[in-house]
Design a protein around this ligand. Structure first.
Ligand SMILES: [Zn+2]
Length: 603
Protein backbone atom coordinates (compact mmCIF):
# COMPACT_ATOMS: atom_id res chain seq x y z
CA UNK A 1 0.00 0.00 0.00
CA UNK A 2 1.13 3.46 -0.69
CA UNK A 3 2.66 5.14 2.31
CA UNK A 4 0.91 8.09 3.87
CA UNK A 5 3.37 10.26 5.78
CA UNK A 6 3.04 9.98 9.58
CA UNK A 7 2.58 13.71 10.04
CA UNK A 8 -0.56 13.64 7.87
CA UNK A 9 -1.97 10.65 9.74
CA UNK A 10 -1.38 12.55 12.98
CA UNK A 11 -2.81 15.82 11.73
CA UNK A 12 -6.02 14.18 10.58
CA UNK A 13 -6.39 12.33 13.86
CA UNK A 14 -5.76 15.48 15.87
CA UNK A 15 -8.33 17.48 13.97
CA UNK A 16 -11.18 15.13 14.83
CA UNK A 17 -12.54 14.31 18.27
CA UNK A 18 -12.90 10.61 18.97
CA UNK A 19 -15.96 11.28 21.16
CA UNK A 20 -17.68 13.11 18.34
CA UNK A 21 -16.80 10.47 15.74
CA UNK A 22 -17.93 7.53 17.88
CA UNK A 23 -21.17 9.35 18.84
CA UNK A 24 -22.19 9.19 15.22
CA UNK A 25 -22.46 5.45 15.57
CA UNK A 26 -23.47 4.79 19.17
CA UNK A 27 -24.95 6.73 22.07
CA UNK A 28 -22.21 7.80 24.46
CA UNK A 29 -22.98 8.88 28.01
CA UNK A 30 -20.64 11.03 30.04
CA UNK A 31 -19.37 9.32 33.17
CA UNK A 32 -16.67 11.06 35.15
CA UNK A 33 -14.05 12.21 32.72
CA UNK A 34 -14.77 9.41 30.26
CA UNK A 35 -17.72 8.42 28.10
CA UNK A 36 -19.49 5.08 28.29
CA UNK A 37 -21.74 3.06 26.01
CA UNK A 38 -22.98 -0.42 25.30
CA UNK A 39 -20.24 -2.01 23.26
CA UNK A 40 -20.96 -2.24 19.54
CA UNK A 41 -18.53 -5.14 19.20
CA UNK A 42 -20.09 -7.62 21.60
CA UNK A 43 -23.47 -8.25 23.21
CA UNK A 44 -23.72 -6.74 26.67
CA UNK A 45 -26.25 -5.32 29.06
CA UNK A 46 -24.13 -2.98 31.12
CA UNK A 47 -21.88 -0.47 29.43
CA UNK A 48 -18.22 -1.39 29.45
CA UNK A 49 -17.25 0.40 26.27
CA UNK A 50 -15.24 3.45 27.35
CA UNK A 51 -13.94 6.47 25.46
CA UNK A 52 -11.32 8.79 26.86
CA UNK A 53 -11.48 12.32 25.46
CA UNK A 54 -8.14 13.18 27.10
CA UNK A 55 -6.24 10.35 25.52
CA UNK A 56 -8.41 10.10 22.43
CA UNK A 57 -8.68 6.34 22.74
CA UNK A 58 -11.45 3.81 23.35
CA UNK A 59 -11.49 0.50 25.14
CA UNK A 60 -14.10 -2.14 25.93
CA UNK A 61 -13.57 -3.76 29.30
CA UNK A 62 -15.86 -6.56 28.19
CA UNK A 63 -14.37 -7.80 24.94
CA UNK A 64 -11.07 -5.95 24.82
CA UNK A 65 -11.67 -3.98 21.63
CA UNK A 66 -9.57 -0.86 21.76
CA UNK A 67 -7.43 1.72 20.03
CA UNK A 68 -7.77 5.19 18.56
CA UNK A 69 -10.26 6.73 16.17
CA UNK A 70 -8.79 4.89 13.18
CA UNK A 71 -9.01 1.53 14.95
CA UNK A 72 -12.63 2.25 15.77
CA UNK A 73 -13.58 3.06 12.20
CA UNK A 74 -11.71 0.04 10.84
CA UNK A 75 -13.55 -2.26 13.20
CA UNK A 76 -16.95 -0.66 13.04
CA UNK A 77 -17.13 0.01 9.33
CA UNK A 78 -15.07 -3.03 8.40
CA UNK A 79 -12.68 -0.93 6.38
CA UNK A 80 -8.90 -0.82 6.02
CA UNK A 81 -6.57 1.60 7.76
CA UNK A 82 -6.16 3.41 4.48
CA UNK A 83 -9.90 3.76 4.05
CA UNK A 84 -10.32 5.02 7.63
CA UNK A 85 -7.76 7.74 6.93
CA UNK A 86 -9.43 8.58 3.64
CA UNK A 87 -12.78 8.90 5.37
CA UNK A 88 -11.53 11.35 7.98
CA UNK A 89 -9.34 13.17 5.49
CA UNK A 90 -12.39 13.97 3.41
CA UNK A 91 -14.19 15.63 6.31
CA UNK A 92 -11.22 17.41 7.81
CA UNK A 93 -10.14 18.77 4.46
CA UNK A 94 -6.59 17.61 5.09
CA UNK A 95 -5.54 16.21 1.77
CA UNK A 96 -3.75 12.95 1.24
CA UNK A 97 -0.94 12.72 -1.26
CA UNK A 98 -2.24 11.48 -4.61
CA UNK A 99 -1.70 7.82 -5.38
CA UNK A 100 -2.01 6.03 -8.63
CA UNK A 101 -4.90 3.60 -8.47
CA UNK A 102 -2.74 0.53 -9.08
CA UNK A 103 -0.50 1.48 -6.18
CA UNK A 104 -3.34 0.98 -3.78
CA UNK A 105 -3.96 -2.63 -3.14
CA UNK A 106 -7.63 -3.08 -2.54
CA UNK A 107 -8.75 -4.99 0.49
CA UNK A 108 -11.28 -7.79 0.17
CA UNK A 109 -13.89 -5.54 1.75
CA UNK A 110 -13.16 -2.83 -0.73
CA UNK A 111 -13.44 -5.24 -3.65
CA UNK A 112 -16.82 -6.47 -2.43
CA UNK A 113 -18.09 -2.92 -1.95
CA UNK A 114 -17.01 -2.05 -5.46
CA UNK A 115 -18.61 -5.12 -7.00
CA UNK A 116 -21.92 -4.35 -5.28
CA UNK A 117 -21.74 -0.69 -6.23
CA UNK A 118 -21.05 -1.62 -9.84
CA UNK A 119 -24.01 -4.01 -9.88
CA UNK A 120 -26.20 -1.38 -8.24
CA UNK A 121 -25.52 1.15 -10.97
CA UNK A 122 -25.84 -1.48 -13.67
CA UNK A 123 -29.23 -2.71 -12.45
CA UNK A 124 -30.51 0.80 -11.89
CA UNK A 125 -29.65 1.72 -15.49
CA UNK A 126 -31.32 -1.46 -16.66
CA UNK A 127 -34.46 -0.38 -14.86
CA UNK A 128 -34.42 3.00 -16.55
CA UNK A 129 -33.90 1.40 -19.96
CA UNK A 130 -36.65 -1.16 -19.54
CA UNK A 131 -38.93 0.95 -17.43
CA UNK A 132 -42.00 0.51 -19.60
CA UNK A 133 -41.99 -3.26 -19.16
CA UNK A 134 -42.07 -3.15 -15.36
CA UNK A 135 -44.08 0.01 -14.97
CA UNK A 136 -47.38 -1.84 -14.55
CA UNK A 137 -46.03 -3.72 -11.55
CA UNK A 138 -44.60 -0.60 -9.94
CA UNK A 139 -47.85 1.28 -10.52
CA UNK A 140 -49.81 -1.53 -8.94
CA UNK A 141 -47.60 -1.42 -5.86
CA UNK A 142 -47.73 2.35 -5.75
CA UNK A 143 -43.97 2.90 -6.04
CA UNK A 144 -43.18 6.35 -7.41
CA UNK A 145 -40.39 7.10 -9.82
CA UNK A 146 -38.62 9.46 -7.43
CA UNK A 147 -38.60 6.72 -4.79
CA UNK A 148 -36.92 4.39 -7.26
CA UNK A 149 -34.38 7.04 -8.02
CA UNK A 150 -33.76 7.78 -4.34
CA UNK A 151 -33.17 4.16 -3.36
CA UNK A 152 -31.52 3.25 -6.68
CA UNK A 153 -33.89 0.35 -7.13
CA UNK A 154 -32.79 -1.80 -10.04
CA UNK A 155 -34.01 -4.35 -12.48
CA UNK A 156 -32.38 -7.64 -13.45
CA UNK A 157 -33.73 -8.67 -16.82
CA UNK A 158 -34.69 -12.13 -17.98
CA UNK A 159 -31.38 -12.97 -19.68
CA UNK A 160 -29.10 -15.45 -17.95
CA UNK A 161 -25.91 -13.47 -17.98
CA UNK A 162 -26.62 -9.81 -18.49
CA UNK A 163 -24.46 -8.64 -15.59
CA UNK A 164 -21.77 -11.20 -16.37
CA UNK A 165 -21.46 -9.95 -19.94
CA UNK A 166 -21.16 -6.38 -18.68
CA UNK A 167 -18.35 -7.41 -16.32
CA UNK A 168 -16.51 -9.09 -19.21
CA UNK A 169 -17.12 -6.09 -21.40
CA UNK A 170 -15.68 -3.73 -18.78
CA UNK A 171 -12.77 -6.14 -18.20
CA UNK A 172 -13.37 -6.26 -14.46
CA UNK A 173 -12.06 -9.02 -12.20
CA UNK A 174 -14.76 -11.65 -11.76
CA UNK A 175 -13.62 -12.88 -8.34
CA UNK A 176 -15.28 -10.14 -6.23
CA UNK A 177 -18.60 -10.67 -8.04
CA UNK A 178 -18.43 -14.39 -7.27
CA UNK A 179 -17.65 -13.63 -3.63
CA UNK A 180 -20.52 -11.17 -3.45
CA UNK A 181 -22.79 -13.87 -4.86
CA UNK A 182 -23.84 -11.72 -7.79
CA UNK A 183 -22.38 -14.17 -10.31
CA UNK A 184 -22.70 -17.93 -9.96
CA UNK A 185 -20.69 -20.74 -11.48
CA UNK A 186 -22.24 -23.81 -13.02
CA UNK A 187 -21.47 -26.85 -10.89
CA UNK A 188 -20.77 -29.02 -13.91
CA UNK A 189 -18.68 -26.56 -15.80
CA UNK A 190 -17.00 -23.85 -13.78
CA UNK A 191 -16.26 -21.92 -16.93
CA UNK A 192 -19.97 -21.35 -17.31
CA UNK A 193 -21.09 -18.37 -15.32
CA UNK A 194 -24.44 -16.70 -14.93
CA UNK A 195 -26.25 -14.03 -12.91
CA UNK A 196 -27.91 -14.77 -9.58
CA UNK A 197 -30.75 -12.32 -10.14
CA UNK A 198 -32.95 -12.69 -13.18
CA UNK A 199 -36.25 -11.02 -13.92
CA UNK A 200 -36.37 -9.42 -10.53
CA UNK A 201 -36.83 -6.00 -9.03
CA UNK A 202 -33.70 -5.35 -6.98
CA UNK A 203 -33.49 -3.49 -3.69
CA UNK A 204 -29.94 -2.46 -2.79
CA UNK A 205 -29.21 -3.19 0.87
CA UNK A 206 -26.92 -0.64 2.55
CA UNK A 207 -24.72 -0.78 5.58
CA UNK A 208 -24.80 2.00 8.16
CA UNK A 209 -22.40 4.15 6.21
CA UNK A 210 -24.48 3.91 3.07
CA UNK A 211 -22.47 1.43 1.06
CA UNK A 212 -24.30 -1.21 -0.95
CA UNK A 213 -23.51 -4.58 0.61
CA UNK A 214 -26.17 -6.88 -0.87
CA UNK A 215 -29.45 -7.00 -2.79
CA UNK A 216 -32.94 -8.27 -2.19
CA UNK A 217 -34.71 -9.40 -5.33
CA UNK A 218 -38.50 -9.53 -5.88
CA UNK A 219 -39.62 -11.98 -8.54
CA UNK A 220 -41.48 -10.45 -11.48
CA UNK A 221 -42.11 -13.64 -13.45
CA UNK A 222 -44.93 -14.77 -11.14
CA UNK A 223 -44.27 -18.39 -12.05
CA UNK A 224 -45.36 -20.77 -9.30
CA UNK A 225 -42.00 -22.46 -8.62
CA UNK A 226 -39.96 -19.29 -8.37
CA UNK A 227 -39.36 -17.96 -4.86
CA UNK A 228 -40.97 -14.56 -4.39
CA UNK A 229 -37.86 -13.09 -2.81
CA UNK A 230 -34.21 -14.04 -2.95
CA UNK A 231 -31.32 -12.20 -1.34
CA UNK A 232 -27.58 -11.99 -1.85
CA UNK A 233 -25.78 -14.65 0.17
CA UNK A 234 -23.79 -13.59 3.22
CA UNK A 235 -20.29 -12.32 2.54
CA UNK A 236 -17.44 -10.64 4.37
CA UNK A 237 -19.45 -7.40 4.27
CA UNK A 238 -23.00 -8.74 4.58
CA UNK A 239 -24.27 -10.45 7.70
CA UNK A 240 -28.03 -10.99 7.49
CA UNK A 241 -28.59 -11.12 11.20
CA UNK A 242 -27.13 -7.65 11.68
CA UNK A 243 -28.64 -5.74 8.79
CA UNK A 244 -32.04 -4.09 8.75
CA UNK A 245 -33.23 -2.86 5.39
CA UNK A 246 -33.43 0.91 5.20
CA UNK A 247 -31.70 1.70 8.47
CA UNK A 248 -29.10 3.81 6.74
CA UNK A 249 -31.83 6.16 5.52
CA UNK A 250 -33.91 5.91 8.67
CA UNK A 251 -31.36 6.37 11.42
CA UNK A 252 -31.51 10.15 11.69
CA UNK A 253 -35.31 10.06 11.55
CA UNK A 254 -35.43 7.44 14.28
CA UNK A 255 -33.38 9.70 16.52
CA UNK A 256 -35.59 12.63 15.67
CA UNK A 257 -38.92 10.84 16.17
CA UNK A 258 -37.70 8.85 19.16
CA UNK A 259 -39.00 5.53 17.88
CA UNK A 260 -38.69 3.12 14.98
CA UNK A 261 -41.40 1.40 12.93
CA UNK A 262 -40.46 -2.08 11.80
CA UNK A 263 -42.31 -3.44 8.78
CA UNK A 264 -42.06 -6.80 7.07
CA UNK A 265 -41.10 -6.09 3.49
CA UNK A 266 -39.18 -3.82 1.17
CA UNK A 267 -42.43 -2.60 -0.36
CA UNK A 268 -43.98 -1.58 2.96
CA UNK A 269 -40.80 0.28 3.75
CA UNK A 270 -40.80 2.19 0.48
CA UNK A 271 -44.47 3.02 0.75
CA UNK A 272 -44.12 4.55 4.19
CA UNK A 273 -40.97 6.35 3.19
CA UNK A 274 -42.54 7.98 0.17
CA UNK A 275 -45.40 9.14 2.37
CA UNK A 276 -42.87 11.03 4.50
CA UNK A 277 -42.84 8.48 7.30
CA UNK A 278 -39.13 7.86 7.39
CA UNK A 279 -38.29 6.35 10.78
CA UNK A 280 -38.97 2.93 9.33
CA UNK A 281 -36.93 -0.22 8.63
CA UNK A 282 -37.81 -3.64 7.20
CA UNK A 283 -36.82 -7.11 8.31
CA UNK A 284 -37.09 -8.27 4.69
CA UNK A 285 -37.72 -11.92 5.34
CA UNK A 286 -35.04 -12.63 7.91
CA UNK A 287 -36.01 -13.38 11.49
CA UNK A 288 -35.18 -10.68 14.03
CA UNK A 289 -32.10 -11.56 16.06
CA UNK A 290 -30.27 -10.39 19.14
CA UNK A 291 -27.84 -8.66 16.81
CA UNK A 292 -30.67 -6.69 15.24
CA UNK A 293 -31.75 -5.68 18.73
CA UNK A 294 -28.25 -4.46 19.42
CA UNK A 295 -28.21 -2.36 16.25
CA UNK A 296 -31.60 -0.80 16.97
CA UNK A 297 -30.67 0.03 20.56
CA UNK A 298 -28.07 2.48 19.32
CA UNK A 299 -30.90 4.67 18.09
CA UNK A 300 -33.91 4.07 20.27
CA UNK A 301 -35.63 1.93 22.90
CA UNK A 302 -39.10 2.35 21.40
CA UNK A 303 -40.28 0.05 18.64
CA UNK A 304 -43.57 -0.39 16.84
CA UNK A 305 -44.01 -3.54 14.78
CA UNK A 306 -46.34 -2.74 11.91
CA UNK A 307 -47.60 -5.88 10.18
CA UNK A 308 -50.50 -7.00 7.98
CA UNK A 309 -53.74 -8.21 9.52
CA UNK A 310 -53.54 -11.71 8.01
CA UNK A 311 -52.53 -14.70 10.08
CA UNK A 312 -49.02 -14.71 8.63
CA UNK A 313 -48.60 -11.08 9.61
CA UNK A 314 -49.83 -11.60 13.15
CA UNK A 315 -47.68 -14.66 13.67
CA UNK A 316 -44.66 -12.83 12.28
CA UNK A 317 -45.29 -10.03 14.78
CA UNK A 318 -45.45 -12.48 17.67
CA UNK A 319 -42.43 -14.49 16.60
CA UNK A 320 -40.35 -11.54 15.51
CA UNK A 321 -41.31 -9.46 18.49
CA UNK A 322 -40.29 -11.96 21.14
CA UNK A 323 -36.57 -11.29 21.05
CA UNK A 324 -37.14 -7.50 21.10
CA UNK A 325 -39.58 -7.83 23.98
CA UNK A 326 -37.15 -9.97 25.94
CA UNK A 327 -34.32 -7.55 25.22
CA UNK A 328 -36.35 -5.00 27.15
CA UNK A 329 -37.41 -2.70 24.35
CA UNK A 330 -40.57 -0.70 24.77
CA UNK A 331 -42.31 -2.82 22.16
CA UNK A 332 -45.72 -2.26 20.64
CA UNK A 333 -47.61 -4.00 17.86
CA UNK A 334 -49.76 -2.32 15.24
CA UNK A 335 -51.87 -4.58 13.07
CA UNK A 336 -53.13 -2.69 10.05
CA UNK A 337 -56.86 -2.68 9.31
CA UNK A 338 -58.04 -5.77 7.41
CA UNK A 339 -56.91 -5.89 3.76
CA UNK A 340 -54.75 -2.82 4.04
CA UNK A 341 -51.04 -2.44 3.61
CA UNK A 342 -49.21 0.78 4.48
CA UNK A 343 -49.62 2.02 0.93
CA UNK A 344 -53.33 1.35 0.51
CA UNK A 345 -53.93 2.95 3.89
CA UNK A 346 -51.92 6.02 3.00
CA UNK A 347 -53.68 6.34 -0.36
CA UNK A 348 -56.88 7.01 1.54
CA UNK A 349 -55.55 8.71 4.64
CA UNK A 350 -52.85 11.27 5.37
CA UNK A 351 -49.76 11.12 7.50
CA UNK A 352 -51.47 12.41 10.64
CA UNK A 353 -54.10 9.69 10.36
CA UNK A 354 -51.35 7.11 10.11
CA UNK A 355 -49.85 8.59 13.27
CA UNK A 356 -53.24 8.34 14.93
CA UNK A 357 -53.30 4.70 13.90
CA UNK A 358 -49.86 4.22 15.44
CA UNK A 359 -51.27 5.52 18.71
CA UNK A 360 -53.61 2.54 18.78
CA UNK A 361 -50.73 0.06 18.75
CA UNK A 362 -50.78 -2.42 21.61
CA UNK A 363 -48.24 -3.47 24.18
CA UNK A 364 -46.52 -6.60 22.86
CA UNK A 365 -47.33 -8.79 25.84
CA UNK A 366 -51.00 -7.77 25.90
CA UNK A 367 -51.18 -8.38 22.19
CA UNK A 368 -49.71 -11.84 22.54
CA UNK A 369 -52.00 -12.70 25.43
CA UNK A 370 -55.04 -11.55 23.45
CA UNK A 371 -54.06 -13.42 20.35
CA UNK A 372 -53.59 -16.65 22.30
CA UNK A 373 -56.99 -16.26 23.92
CA UNK A 374 -58.64 -15.72 20.56
CA UNK A 375 -56.94 -18.64 18.85
CA UNK A 376 -56.74 -21.17 21.68
CA UNK A 377 -59.81 -20.13 23.64
CA UNK A 378 -60.32 -19.81 27.38
CA UNK A 379 -63.29 -22.10 27.82
CA UNK A 380 -61.56 -24.78 29.87
CA UNK A 381 -58.59 -25.31 32.14
CA UNK A 382 -56.41 -27.05 29.55
CA UNK A 383 -56.81 -24.12 27.14
CA UNK A 384 -56.01 -21.65 29.87
CA UNK A 385 -52.93 -23.51 31.01
CA UNK A 386 -51.68 -23.74 27.43
CA UNK A 387 -51.82 -19.96 27.22
CA UNK A 388 -50.21 -19.46 30.61
CA UNK A 389 -47.37 -21.81 29.69
CA UNK A 390 -46.67 -19.90 26.51
CA UNK A 391 -46.62 -16.59 28.36
CA UNK A 392 -44.37 -17.94 31.11
CA UNK A 393 -41.91 -19.14 28.49
CA UNK A 394 -41.97 -15.71 26.85
CA UNK A 395 -41.46 -13.87 30.14
CA UNK A 396 -38.73 -16.20 31.34
CA UNK A 397 -36.40 -14.88 28.66
CA UNK A 398 -37.00 -11.26 29.65
CA UNK A 399 -33.92 -9.43 30.84
CA UNK A 400 -35.62 -7.05 33.27
CA UNK A 401 -36.84 -8.66 36.54
CA UNK A 402 -39.02 -5.64 37.28
CA UNK A 403 -40.97 -6.07 34.06
CA UNK A 404 -41.12 -9.82 34.56
CA UNK A 405 -42.81 -9.12 37.83
CA UNK A 406 -45.15 -6.54 36.40
CA UNK A 407 -46.34 -8.84 33.62
CA UNK A 408 -46.68 -11.74 36.04
CA UNK A 409 -49.05 -9.46 37.92
CA UNK A 410 -51.08 -8.80 34.77
CA UNK A 411 -51.31 -12.55 34.13
CA UNK A 412 -52.33 -13.36 37.67
CA UNK A 413 -55.26 -10.96 37.43
CA UNK A 414 -56.28 -12.17 34.02
CA UNK A 415 -56.25 -15.87 34.83
CA UNK A 416 -56.96 -15.59 38.51
CA UNK A 417 -53.70 -17.21 39.57
CA UNK A 418 -51.49 -16.54 42.58
CA UNK A 419 -48.80 -14.11 41.63
CA UNK A 420 -46.16 -15.77 43.83
CA UNK A 421 -46.73 -19.08 42.10
CA UNK A 422 -46.39 -17.47 38.66
CA UNK A 423 -43.19 -15.67 39.62
CA UNK A 424 -41.76 -18.93 40.88
CA UNK A 425 -42.60 -20.66 37.58
CA UNK A 426 -41.00 -17.85 35.60
CA UNK A 427 -37.91 -18.00 37.74
CA UNK A 428 -37.56 -21.76 37.26
CA UNK A 429 -38.11 -21.53 33.53
CA UNK A 430 -35.61 -18.74 33.20
CA UNK A 431 -32.97 -20.83 34.98
CA UNK A 432 -33.57 -23.67 32.54
CA UNK A 433 -33.25 -21.22 29.63
CA UNK A 434 -30.01 -19.85 30.99
CA UNK A 435 -28.55 -23.30 31.39
CA UNK A 436 -29.59 -24.21 27.88
CA UNK A 437 -28.07 -21.00 26.56
CA UNK A 438 -24.72 -21.50 28.17
CA UNK A 439 -24.68 -25.09 26.96
CA UNK A 440 -25.72 -24.72 23.38
CA UNK A 441 -25.26 -21.20 22.14
CA UNK A 442 -21.87 -19.66 22.57
CA UNK A 443 -22.78 -17.54 19.52
CA UNK A 444 -22.95 -14.27 21.36
CA UNK A 445 -19.47 -14.63 22.77
CA UNK A 446 -17.28 -12.41 20.68
CA UNK A 447 -14.33 -14.04 19.01
CA UNK A 448 -11.82 -11.59 20.36
CA UNK A 449 -12.78 -12.50 23.89
CA UNK A 450 -11.68 -16.05 23.32
CA UNK A 451 -8.62 -14.94 21.49
CA UNK A 452 -7.64 -12.62 24.29
CA UNK A 453 -7.85 -15.43 26.76
CA UNK A 454 -5.89 -17.58 24.35
CA UNK A 455 -2.89 -15.26 24.12
CA UNK A 456 0.07 -17.11 25.57
CA UNK A 457 2.17 -14.81 27.65
CA UNK A 458 5.23 -16.04 29.43
CA UNK A 459 7.64 -14.98 32.14
CA UNK A 460 7.18 -11.62 33.80
CA UNK A 461 4.76 -10.50 31.09
CA UNK A 462 2.89 -8.21 33.47
CA UNK A 463 6.08 -6.31 34.24
CA UNK A 464 7.05 -6.24 30.57
CA UNK A 465 3.71 -4.76 29.65
CA UNK A 466 3.73 -2.28 32.54
CA UNK A 467 7.16 -1.06 31.57
CA UNK A 468 5.85 -0.31 28.09
CA UNK A 469 2.86 1.50 29.55
CA UNK A 470 5.09 3.57 31.82
CA UNK A 471 7.24 4.44 28.82
CA UNK A 472 4.19 5.58 26.87
CA UNK A 473 2.82 7.57 29.80
CA UNK A 474 6.05 9.22 31.02
CA UNK A 475 8.28 8.95 28.00
CA UNK A 476 10.69 11.84 28.47
CA UNK A 477 11.02 11.40 32.22
CA UNK A 478 11.89 7.75 32.16
CA UNK A 479 13.24 6.81 28.76
CA UNK A 480 16.93 7.38 29.37
CA UNK A 481 17.04 5.31 32.53
CA UNK A 482 15.02 2.50 31.02
CA UNK A 483 16.85 2.36 27.70
CA UNK A 484 20.13 2.24 29.56
CA UNK A 485 19.09 -0.61 31.79
CA UNK A 486 16.85 -2.77 29.63
CA UNK A 487 17.81 -4.64 26.48
CA UNK A 488 15.40 -5.96 23.92
CA UNK A 489 16.55 -9.46 24.87
CA UNK A 490 15.27 -8.91 28.38
CA UNK A 491 11.74 -9.16 27.02
CA UNK A 492 10.67 -12.78 26.80
CA UNK A 493 7.39 -12.12 24.96
CA UNK A 494 8.07 -11.41 21.29
CA UNK A 495 5.03 -9.09 21.02
CA UNK A 496 6.30 -6.85 23.80
CA UNK A 497 9.90 -7.11 22.65
CA UNK A 498 8.90 -5.76 19.27
CA UNK A 499 6.97 -2.91 20.84
CA UNK A 500 9.90 -2.05 23.04
CA UNK A 501 12.25 -1.77 20.10
CA UNK A 502 9.68 0.30 18.19
CA UNK A 503 9.34 2.69 21.12
CA UNK A 504 13.08 2.89 21.52
CA UNK A 505 13.65 3.64 17.85
CA UNK A 506 10.97 6.32 17.84
CA UNK A 507 11.40 7.84 21.26
CA UNK A 508 12.09 11.27 19.81
CA UNK A 509 8.40 11.61 18.94
CA UNK A 510 6.12 13.33 21.46
CA UNK A 511 4.51 10.67 23.66
CA UNK A 512 0.91 11.06 22.44
CA UNK A 513 2.04 10.89 18.88
CA UNK A 514 4.12 7.83 19.62
CA UNK A 515 1.19 6.04 21.27
CA UNK A 516 -1.19 6.72 18.40
CA UNK A 517 1.48 5.81 15.91
CA UNK A 518 1.85 2.44 17.63
CA UNK A 519 -1.91 1.91 17.37
CA UNK A 520 -1.55 2.08 13.64
CA UNK A 521 1.44 -0.25 13.56
CA UNK A 522 0.16 -3.04 15.81
CA UNK A 523 -1.47 -5.72 13.70
CA UNK A 524 -2.31 -8.11 16.53
CA UNK A 525 -5.63 -7.07 18.08
CA UNK A 526 -4.84 -8.89 21.31
CA UNK A 527 -1.70 -6.84 21.86
CA UNK A 528 -3.59 -3.68 20.93
CA UNK A 529 -6.22 -4.64 23.45
CA UNK A 530 -3.76 -5.23 26.31
CA UNK A 531 -2.07 -1.95 25.64
CA UNK A 532 -5.22 0.15 25.40
CA UNK A 533 -6.64 -1.39 28.56
CA UNK A 534 -3.70 -0.13 30.55
CA UNK A 535 -3.63 3.29 29.03
CA UNK A 536 -6.93 3.83 30.82
CA UNK A 537 -5.27 3.29 34.18
CA UNK A 538 -3.38 6.08 35.83
CA UNK A 539 0.08 5.05 36.92
CA UNK A 540 1.36 7.57 39.44
CA UNK A 541 4.91 8.09 40.61
CA UNK A 542 6.53 5.66 38.26
CA UNK A 543 10.09 5.74 39.69
CA UNK A 544 9.75 2.97 42.20
CA UNK A 545 7.50 0.95 40.03
CA UNK A 546 9.91 1.24 37.11
CA UNK A 547 12.61 -0.30 39.27
CA UNK A 548 10.31 -3.11 40.35
CA UNK A 549 9.45 -3.85 36.73
CA UNK A 550 13.03 -3.84 35.53
CA UNK A 551 14.12 -6.05 38.40
CA UNK A 552 11.38 -8.51 37.71
CA UNK A 553 11.98 -8.58 33.96
CA UNK A 554 15.72 -9.06 34.31
CA UNK A 555 15.55 -11.68 37.06
CA UNK A 556 12.91 -13.60 35.14
CA UNK A 557 14.97 -13.51 31.99
CA UNK A 558 18.06 -14.91 33.68
CA UNK A 559 16.03 -17.39 35.67
CA UNK A 560 14.46 -18.65 32.45
CA UNK A 561 17.92 -19.11 30.95
CA UNK A 562 18.97 -21.01 34.06
CA UNK A 563 15.94 -23.29 33.87
CA UNK A 564 16.69 -24.02 30.23
CA UNK A 565 20.33 -24.80 30.95
CA UNK A 566 19.34 -27.07 33.81
CA UNK A 567 17.16 -29.01 31.39
CA UNK A 568 20.11 -29.45 29.07
CA UNK A 569 22.33 -30.43 31.92
CA UNK A 570 20.09 -33.17 33.21
CA UNK A 571 20.96 -35.99 30.75
CA UNK A 572 24.69 -35.20 30.80
CA UNK A 573 27.37 -36.47 33.17
CA UNK A 574 30.32 -34.44 34.48
CA UNK A 575 32.80 -36.10 32.16
CA UNK A 576 31.21 -34.57 29.09
CA UNK A 577 32.62 -31.20 27.97
CA UNK A 578 29.19 -29.57 27.55
CA UNK A 579 28.46 -30.26 31.19
CA UNK A 580 31.01 -27.70 32.33
CA UNK A 581 30.07 -25.25 29.66
CA UNK A 582 26.44 -25.29 30.82
CA UNK A 583 27.47 -25.12 34.44
CA UNK A 584 29.54 -22.05 33.73
CA UNK A 585 26.66 -20.44 31.94
CA UNK A 586 24.35 -21.15 34.85
CA UNK A 587 26.83 -19.51 37.18
CA UNK A 588 27.05 -16.54 34.88
CA UNK A 589 23.28 -16.01 35.04
CA UNK A 590 23.20 -16.56 38.80
CA UNK A 591 25.85 -13.89 39.21
CA UNK A 592 23.83 -11.59 37.00
CA UNK A 593 20.77 -12.05 39.16
CA UNK A 594 22.77 -11.22 42.27
CA UNK A 595 24.25 -8.20 40.62
CA UNK A 596 20.85 -6.90 39.57
CA UNK A 597 19.36 -7.51 42.99
CA UNK A 598 22.22 -5.55 44.54
CA UNK A 599 21.74 -2.60 42.23
CA UNK A 600 18.05 -2.40 42.88
CA UNK A 601 18.11 -2.91 46.62
CA UNK A 602 20.64 -0.14 46.94
CA UNK A 603 18.44 2.27 45.05
ZN1 LIG B 1 -16.96 -5.03 23.80
Amino acid sequence: MAQIPDHIIDRIRESVDIVEVISRYIQLKKQGKNYKALCPFHVEKTASFTVSPDKQIFYCFGCGAGGNVYNFLMRYEKITFFEAIQKLSAETGIELPKFREDEKKLSEFDQLYRANQFACEFYYNQLLQKYSSIEPYLKKRGIRKETIEFFKIGYASEEWDNLYQEILHKKLAIEPFLKAGLILESEKDRQKKYDRFRHRLLFPIHNLSGRVIAFGGRDLSHTPDTPKYINSPESAIYNKSQVLYGLYYAKEWIRQEGFVIIVEGYMDHLQLFQHEIKNVVATSGTALTGDHAKVIRRYTKDIILCYDADTAGIQAAIRGGQILFQENFDLKVLILPENEDPDSFLQKHDKSEFYALLKTSRDYFDFRMDYLQKTIGIADVSQKSKIVEDLIECLAGHTDPLKQNFYANVMSEKFNLQEGMLSEQIRKKSQILKKRESKYSPTDTPKIDQEKKGITLIGAWGAEKDLLIILLNYLDEVKEAIFQMVDEQDFLNPEFRELYSLIRANSNKPKEELTHWLFTIIKDERVLSLLTADLFKEIKKPDRYVNDCILKIKVTRHQTEIDLLKQKLKPLNPSQPEFHKYLQEINFHLAKIQEIRKIFTQK
